[in-house]
Design a binder for this molecule. Structure first.
Ligand SMILES: Cc1cc2nc3c(=O)[nH]c(=O)nc-3n(C[C@H](O)[C@H](O)[C@H](O)COP(=O)(O)OP(=O)(O)OC[C@H]3O[C@@H](n4cnc5c(N)ncnc54)[C@H](O)[C@@H]3O)c2cc1C
Length: 445
């Protein structure tokens, strides 16, 4: 068996939710009941005024509609593509009560945001307010971008420091191509730069620039550094050629438009990232794709609609199965994955059972490519010795504003939550922006 390179074919990687044609958008917008208590708005972590932006679509005021969205969520364009709307706004739509299809809020949001970007994505930029301290945001992902935009719109001078060559965080490097293309993520970053936010890439804080350097120059620091590399499995064979972690795999094919394909691929994990990697492997041209998960189908953490998508794509699932070793051929390439069957142990205090390996049930899956999707590690090293407390490896915040136990530092996004959705990172980034503004204004006043 051998790995070859497959290219991203735009037809095969067609968007999962293509845009609504103009007429369809108007018809769909007119289906909305414009509920006064708007459960959709409550279900959205950024609390976009959904009835209001949809109403504006019915009158053809697409810019006004986009401005309503941007008021709550500056990353409204990417969120319209990547949000798990089935469990957020659309999941809360009252149409469910009448056994009717929920309003396609995600697609309507995209309709308004696409119009805004097609028209040049212009917003009036407020002048910098003199005498205010500058703010640094660590990380160029959704949390930092939302925080930076909020502060800039309040007249603060903000700089985003991003370690990688390209900004946008997981929107650019992690979210599946068929949901959000890298150029669309980068277009959104350009928009935020057009508001006057400075985005410096290739700047990993903790390497050339230290936190002490930032502390000297900036009045407050927002930590939006997300999570670290994928967790290791700590089994033999992890360093063989043909073993890759899911986030690197997705980031690689998104930015290079090409990626390794195997004749038989095994993805290890049962979350949304594992599903994204398995589907990408299939779309790039791999033969059989298997997902190996150590618990059963009911315990799988991936969203149901992601699981259904994977089944439609022909992904095979091996439940109650755990990897124990990756075997290589003489040339150093993967030739198979050794697994063992698992059974669920006694439930712990939280009611969750841990799977246990069942002795003597080992078996081999011949394969040439293994993708590891076990969740990302926590990035705590950078913040050591800063009087910043952690809870289970995540940055601890003391209130809604995202302030940490060191008052000069605020935080939001995956580094606080341990990994949620883009819209959560945006909501936390914006709230921290408000909190930082208050902190600096009070200090000045
Ligand atoms: C494979 C995958 C698929 C996903 N798919 C979806 C999806 O479909 N829908 C959805 O809503 N969510 C999805 N998510 C989750 C979502 O991407 C994250 O919740 C969101 O991006 C978190 O934003 P963030 O800004 O906290 O972190 P990130 O997006 O991770 O951004 C953090 C940034 O900080 C940078 N950084 C780290 N350390 C430093 C440092 N020391 N100095 C400077 N910069 C630094 C990193 O390079 C990175 O760019 C997915 C996640 C993964 C892993």
């Amino acid at each position: 068996m051998s790995i070859t390179e497959g290219e991203v074919d735009d037809a095969i990687f067609a968007e999962l939710h293509p845009p609504l044609p103009k007429q369809d958008a108007i018809v769909e917008a007119n289906r909305c009941l414009f509920c006064f208590d708007a459960p959709c708005t409550q279900a959205c972590p950024t609390h976009i005024d959904v009835p209001r932006f949809i109403k504006k679509i019915t009158t053809g005021n697409l810019r006004g509609s986009a401005l309503t969205i941007l008021d709550s969520n500056i990353l409204g364009a990417s969120c319209s593509r990547v949000c798990p709307v089935e469990v957020l706004c659309e999941g809360a739509c009252v149409m469910h009560r009448y056994n009717k299809k929920p309003i396609e809020i995600g697609l309507l949001q995209r309709h308004a945001m696409d119009h805004f970007y097609d028209a040049g994505a212009k917003l009036p930029v407020p002048a910098l307010r003199p005498g205010l301290a500058r703010v640094a945001c660590i990380g160029g992902g959704p949390a930092s971008l939302a925080c930076a935009a909020e502060l800039r719109m309040r007249g603060f001078d903000v700089t985003v420091f991003e370690a990688r060559e390209w900004p946008g965080g997981l929107n650019t490097h992690g979210v599946a191509e068929y949901k959000l293309r890298a150029p669309d993520s980068l277009r959104e970053v350009k928009f935020i730069e057009s508001l006057g936010v400075e985005v410096k890439t290739g700047m990993r804080i903790g390497e050339i620039f230290q936190l002490e350097d930032l502390e000297r120059e900036f009045g407050a620091i927002f930590i939006g550094s997300g999570l670290g590399p994928t967790e290791k499995m700590n089994i033999p064979g992890e360093d063989l050629h043909g073993v890759l972690d899911a986030v690197s795999y997705i980031g690689y094919y998104k930015l290079t438009r090409t990626g390794p394909i195997g004749r038989r691929v095994v993805v290890i994990g049962g979350g949304n990232t594992a599903i994204d990697a398995a589907i990408a492997a299939k779309m790039l041209g791999s033969g059989e794709v298997y997902m190996v998960y150590r618990r059963g189908e009911p315990e799988m953490p991936a969203f149901n609609f992601e699981y259904e998508h994977a089944k439609k794509m022909g992904i095979n699932f091996l439940w109650q199965t755990a990897p124990v070793a990756i075997h290589g051929a003489e040339n150093g390439y993967v030739k198979g994955l050794e697994c063992v069957r698992t059974r669920m142990g006694e439930p712990d205090a939280t009611g969750r059972s841990t799977p246990e390996n069942a002795e003597g049930t080992n078996f081999q899956i011949p394969c040439d490519f293994v993708i590891v999707a076990l969740g990302q590690s926590k990035l705590t090293k950078l913040l050591a010795d800063k009087n910043i407390e952690f809870a289970s490896g995540c940055v601890k915040t003391t209130g809604r504003s995202g302030q940490t136990t060191n008052p000069k530092y605020f935080a939001g996004g995956d580094c606080v939550s341990g990994g949620r959705e883009v819209v959560d990172a945006v909501a936390e980034g914006k709230r921290a922006g408000v909190g930082i503004a208050k902190y600096l204004e009070n200090r000045n006043g």
